[in-house]
Structures are given as C-alpha cells and as structure tokens.
Design a protein around this ligand. Structure first.
Ligand SMILES: C[S@@+](CC[C@H](N)C(=O)[O-])C[C@H]1O[C@@H](n2cnc3c(N)ncnc32)[C@H](O)[C@@H]1O
Length: 208
C-alpha cells in the first residue's frame, strides 16, 4: 500500500526548520567508499530504488522533506536488501549543509534535482528549493568533474534554476537532450506520457 501524504508541504513552516543529524556514511552503506549519487527531492524514492539495483558500484542517498515518504522508501530499500541506498528526512533548502557536514571529500560524484519544485506562483517563489546557497552547498561537496543533473517540465522554473547554477563560477554548463540515466523518475514518466517537453541540463564542477 502506498503511504498517503500531503501533496506539498511548505518548506518555510516552523516544523520544517529542523537540523538533521549529520549523515554518517560509514554507518550507513556496506561499502562507504563507493561514488555517491545524491537525489534531492526523492519523493517515494523509486528512481533511487531502481538505480541502486542496476548500479551496485554506486551508493545512493535520497533527501526528501515529506517524512512518511522517507520512512516508506527506507522500508522498501531494506526489504530489497539494498545496502547501497538510504533516504534522509531533510529540508534541503534549510539544512542540506548540516546533513552533509561530515561527508568525506571526493565521494559525491553526482547530484540529481528532478521536477523538484511545485511552487509555480510568484507569491510562493520563496518556497523554491534551488537557491545560490543550495548550489554552493552542493558544489562545496562535489568532487572535481562531478556533475549535477537537473530536469523539469516547467519552462520558467527550468530557466530560473539554470540561471542560479550558471551563477556559480565553479560550474560549467552542458546541454543535453536526453536523460543520461537508465531509470526515469515517476514524474518524468507521467510527463512523457502526456507528451510534454522536459527541460534538462548538466552542470559540471571544473578545476583540477
Ligand atoms: C514533484 S516531486 C518530484 C519527485 C521526484 N524527484 C520525481 O521526479 O518523480 C518534488 C519532490 O521534492 C520534494 N521537495 C520539495 N522541496 C523540498 C525541500 N526543500 N527539501 C527536500 N525535498 C523537497 C517534494 O516533497 C517532492 O517529493
């Protein structure tokens, strides 16, 4: 049975301004030294569930603001004996830096942000997840040549997100037409079934 949740939660509400325990990778994954993929806004976590099965040489961490989805997704990961997958309850806008504070350098190789923001109205713009602070946190942990994959079906949100990522001097932009992953998210499948366009980019961390 699928757990029932609010369709959206307000990330600015006091309840969601909590500081999570730091993510201790050594205590979580069977092989903590594997490259790490972080999916921000993992929802029911089905993208990572399949990715963890088909890519056993990677570790996968999902971050999601709706706690019941995190509990359900971790239950499914355990039932499937996946020792390279974990989901964490975290408001990424407020506390991703605190969650990742103990993450060893050079493990984070890929970040995905997929159909993240339901906040289309101007009056809700402050609730949107992708800000220059979030990008700085991601880039601070990302390995050199590590990549961020972003996709959404909302054209003006895509442009807004791409602009924020372009504003980070350590990133270079790569245009892509197709999703490079072997697995699609639930939202991506729904959008494709309706025949709607999807806007995608990769940003890569430069440096040597
Ligand atoms: C439209 S859903 C897309 C889910 C999934 N990525 C997909 O493509 O099917 C967006 C997800 O991002 C989560 N989200 C939104 N703001 C968030 C935040 N500040 N921190 C963590 N998760 C957030 C929402 O709760 C929701 O599950």
């Amino acid at each position: 049975m699928r757990v029932r949740v609010h369709q959206h939660v307000n990330p600015l509400a006091p309840y969601y301004r909590f500081v999570p325990q730091p993510f201790e990778i050594e205590n979580v994954f069977a092989s903590p030294d594997l490259p790490l993929l972080l999916d921000i806004g993992s929802a029911r976590g089905r993208f990572l569930l399949k990715m963890a099965e088909v890519e056993p040489q990677w570790n996968f961490l999902g971050v999601e603001i709706r706690e019941p989805l995190v509990v359900e997704a971790n239950r499914l990961a355990e039932e499937n004996n996946l020792t390279n997958l974990r989901y964490e309850f975290c408001n990424a806008s407020f506390a991703l830096d605190k969650l990742l504070i103990n993450l060893p350098a050079n493990l984070l190789q890929m970040v995905t942000i997929q159909f993240s923001d339901p906040w289309y109205k101007k009056k809700h713009a402050k609730r949107r997840m992708v800000t220059s602070d979030l990008v700085a946190t991601i880039v601070g942990h990302l390995k050199i040549s590590g990549r961020i994959f972003i996709q959404t079906d909302v054209d003006f949100l895509a442009e807004e997100m791409f602009t924020v990522f372009r504003g980070n001097a350590d990133l270079s932009e790569i245009e892509i037409a197709e999703n490079p992953f072997p697995v699609k998210t639930e939202r991506e499948i729904a959008v494709e079934e309706k025949g709607l366009p999807i806007y995608r980019r990769i940003f890569e961390k430069s440096g040597s």
